[in-house]
Design a protein around this ligand. Structure first.
Ligand code: ASP
Ligand code: MG
Length: 401
């Protein structure tokens, strides 16, 4: 079997943990498997590197930031190869350049285009454990790029797809994917299995176990994932196309505080206004999530929508600058909001999820400010201070003890 094993930053945070990961990989290797290991940077290294950069130059060029951040993963792969070596197993570390993991050009948010497998195959054929840097790639200028925060998961899935691996295991510091954040909901449960689509919704909504693009890619290439702990032997959660076991109505509840609400008030109620507003957002690379348009009254209407908190200032500036063109009377913003979502493939065939969710929120006195849905998700926008209470209430409603 060819196994791709990815370990996150907390799993390689110090010497003990590196040795532990080395041992776990060697176990598989000793069973005769081909083992490819993908690593993140140790502990909080990436955050620290970003702080160092901000300290020197808050407007550092993204090219240089990627050059800097890529060192984090390079440190961990080299140390891991040394650790395995010290245990008498031959291992080799490779960075994005050496493997040749080609990405698009955009620094800090690059996407994989093509991965050469020759070098890795060659090393595996000579019975080495191959340890690859997560998170980084190279672009057409031969510059290092990075895939966005949390991107090592995507490296693992991309490698598993390119190598036609038999298994892709994502190791982290929790035992799998939970029905809610266990720090907020103490009776949250670990799921045995979850579908790609549900996982994608949860990952996008801010459940931090997996990078959302890694799930997209796993679905596209049919790479079955296992999310499990590097510190225990617990079974973990399988992410795959169809879940065999009896379908739960709701698979999980996710909360996301990284959201802000923008309201554009007193717009002319005529064709083309929504286009102008959202075209401005698109032109400035601001992604918009929940959208609500009021019913027109006296020839005017309001449009509100959510953006990431980090994009709020930009969005406000752009809208203010174009206030006349979009015919707005006033623009307001509020970043003390949060999203709570329920996700479940079961809601495609069951009614009553929306009303159940709204009832649970009503019972704990939480006011709903906006609502949006997909066929397997319902999201409400609420005040940020209510987010934990709301998450617990909604979880209790749908996920029995
Ligand atoms: N080290 C990178 C980060 O902290 C990538 C990753 O861990 O997946 O975002
Ligand atoms: Mg991660």
């Amino acid at each position: 079997m060819l196994i791709v094993k990815k370990f996150g930053g907390s799993s390689v945070a110090d010497k003990e943990r590196i040795m532990n990961v080395a041992r776990r990989c060697i176990e598989d290797y000793n069973k005769g498997h081909d083992v490819v290991v993908v690593l993140s940077a140790m502990g909080k290294t990436t955050d620290r590197l970003l702080e160092m950069a901000a300290d020197i130059n808050p407007d550092a060029k993204k090219r240089e930031l990627d050059m800097l951040l890529a060192t984090g993963e390079q440190t961990s792969v080299a140390l891991m190869a040394m650790a395995m070596d010290s245990m008498g197993v031959s291992a080799i570390s490779l960075n994005a350049f050496q493997v040749a993991m080609h990405t698009t050009s955009e620094y800090s948010n690059a996407k994989f285009k093509r991965i050469d497998t020759e070098r890795i195959r060659h090393e595996l054929d000579s019975r080495k454990i191959v340890i690859v840097t997560g998170f980084q790639g190279i672009n057409k200028y031969d510059d290092l790029t990075t895939l966005g925060r949390g991107g090592s998961d995507t490296t693992a899935v991309a490698l598993a797809a390119a190598l036609h691996a038999d298994a892709c295991e994502i190791y982290t510091d929790v035992e799998g994917v939970y029905t809610a954040d266990p720090r907020v909901v103490p009776n949250a449960k670990k799921m045995k299995e979850i579908t790609y689509d549900e996982m994608l919704e949860l990952a996008t909504l801010g459940a931090k176990v997996l990078h959302n693009r890694s799930v997209e890619m796993a679905k596209k290439y049919g790479v079955q994932l296992v999310v499990r702990s590097s510190l225990t032997e617990a079974e973990g959660t399988v992410v795959k196309e169809v879940v065999k076991m009896e379908q739960m109505l709701i698979s999980g509840v996710a909360a996301d505080k990284n959201t802000a609400r923008i309201a554009v008030i007193g717009l002319k109620d005529e064709p083309g206004i929504a286009f102008k507003v959202f075209n401005l957002m698109a032109a400035h690379n601001i992604s918009v999530d929940v959208i609500l348009q009021s019913i027109g009254r006296d020839g005017t209407k309001d449009i509100s929508f959510t953006v990431a908190k980090t994009d709020m200032k930009d969005a406000l500036n752009v809208l203010e600058e174009n206030k006349d063109r979009i015919t707005a009377q006033r623009i307001e913003a509020d970043d003390k909001v949060a999203k709570v979502s329920v996700v479940g493939a079961g809601m495609q065939t069951n009614t009553g999820v929306a009303s159940g969710m709204f009832e649970a929120l009503y019972n704990v006195g939480v006011n709903i400010r906006m609502i949006s849905t997909s066929d397997i998700r319902i999201t409400v926008l609420i005040n940020e201070e209510d987010v934990d209470k709301a998450t617990r209430a909604v979880h209790d409603k749908f996920i029995p003890d």
